[in-house]
Design a protein around this ligand. Structure first.
Ligand SMILES: Cc1ncc(COP(=O)(O)O)c(C=O)c1O
Length: 425
């Protein structure tokens, strides 16, 4: 499409947007009586207007039924989590018994590493991306130390080449090959939180398997954002949070995928709790753990219903929109954003912003990370003052992520218009 950097053009794109009614299903935060230009769905997704009703339903059932709500609530609490696999399997591309909603992201990463990081004297290395999210790095370090290894030796970070920001797939694959006798686990972010680079999950998984290692992914920035086919790509395990693109509320309950080859194996080592115990005999309250032969077998505790109610409110909206339509709009939004930023550089006669996110649409999702070549921090502060919510990452990056459920093409035009006027002054 031949884009134009004008308000009229952006509004016309919104007018013809097939998902345009979905914005009305969210609360858009206000600034001086006007909607924020909210571009941080990659950090905290907005609140669906239905969330309150979903949560209230559970509060009312709790008030009226007390413990009887486990079976007698409108949505009985006992099997509440069982409503999610149908919806999530469409979002992450897997079979229903491969997915479970539980805990929070870093907790789940730890639980999955208990199962899938089983180092031996010879095979103990973890290969990950440089600039992995720090919480992941802390998880890697702590597991490595727990098993008696040295993080500096055991954790291999694949770096971008000199002068580049993103990591070449060929470099990831050759690192896996190089350490093929020593690697136990390859663990990458699906989409890197800093650069927005969407890694080639299938190629990484194939290379890990060839080397005799497991492949797992932290999908915090990928779920509800990019196209995923976790089962078809033979990925061993993955985990994600629900508060970014999945709009399920701050610190909301998280998700886990475990490939069925592993999920059905009740003998796989794990940290166990009663909610992972075979349902038919759970309440016999006997010792001797017997795992549910699905991803549910990794659950520890009974379900956090209030958080799950918020999750359900959002996933019902995803169901209504459908992932294919969301992907189509997401691609258009981010292409328009690239165009607007390029236009700002062009019109100013010098490069003010360097985009470090890959241009190839197969290597990115909603997020575009901009390296500010001049007055980064001041520009970011001025953006906030003028009603644009983006986010800042040291040393000099502003991340913006227009999301298809509630962002407008007009938001992108406005963002461009405001940042251009700030940079001019
Ligand atoms: C890529 C990634 N991994 C892990 C985390 C940590 O998530 P949590 O605090 O929910 O455990 C985040 C949080 O933003 C993240 O972006």
């Amino acid at each position: 499409m031949n884009f134009e950097n004008t308000l009229e053009f952006a509004r016309n794109l919104d007018k013809h947007d097939l998902l345009k009614t979905f914005r009305d299903r969210f609360y858009i935060p206000h600034h001086n009586g006007k909607d924020w230009v909210y571009l941080t769905g990659n950090s905290l997704g907005l609140q669906p207007k239905t969330t309150e009703d979903y949560v209230m339903q559970e509060l009312e059932d709790w008030a009226e039924l007390g413990v009887e709500g486990h079976f007698g609530a409108k949505n009985p609490w006992m099997p509440y989590h069982e409503i999610f696999p149908k919806q999530l399997s469409k979002i992450v591309g897997c079979k229903q018994h491969e997915v479970v909603v539980m805990n929070s992201l870093t907790v789940n990463l730890h639980l999955l590493m208990v199962t899938f990081y089983r180092p031996t004297k010879e095979r103990y290395k973890i290969i990950c991306e440089a600039k992995a999210f720090p919480s992941d790095h802390y998880a890697f370090e702590s597991h490595v130390k727990h098993h008696g290894f040295d993080p500096d030796d055991a954790i291999i970070e694949v770096q971008p080449r000199e002068g580049e920001y993103t990591i070449r797939t060929e470099d990831i694959l050759s690192a896996i090959k190089k350490y093929s006798d020593q690697v136990a686990l390859v663990l990458f972010g699906g989409v890197n939180y800093y650069t927005g680079q969407y890694f080639d999950l299938k190629a990484i998984t194939d290379a890990a398997h060839e080397a005799g290692a497991y492949a797992g992914f932290d999908l915090a920035h990928a779920v509800g954002n990019v196209e995923l086919k976790l089962h078809a790509w033979n990925i061993d395990f993955a985990c994600w949070c629900s508060y970014k693109y999945l709009n399920s509320g701050p610190g909301g309950v998280a998700g886990v995928y475990i490939h069925e080859d592993h999920a059905i194996n009740t003998q796989l080592p794990r940290f166990a709790g009663w909610w992972g115990y075979t349902k038919e005999t759970r309440f016999m309250m006997e010792k001797g753990f017997e795992a549910i032969p699905t991803a549910e077998g990794w659950q520890l505790s009974n379900a956090p219903i209030l958080s799950m109610a918020a999750h359900k409110a959002s996933l019902d909206i995803f169901d209504d929109a459908g992932m294919p339509a969301l992907h189509e709009k997401r691609k258009m939004l981010s292409e328009y954003l690239f165009f607007v930023i390029d236009d700002i550089n062009l019109r100013s006669g010098e490069q003010l912003i360097e985009i470090i996110t890959p241009r190839n649409e197969k290597e990115r999702g909603c997020q575009v990370s901009m390296l500010m070549l001049k007055n980064g921090k001041e520009t970011f502060a001025a953006l906030t003052r003028q009603g644009v919510i983006a986010d800042w990452r040291e040393p000099n990056v502003i991340r913006v992520a227009p999301v298809p459920l509630y962002n407008l093409f007009e938001d992108i035009w406005r963002f461009g218009h405001i940042i251009e006027s700030i940079l001019k002054n």
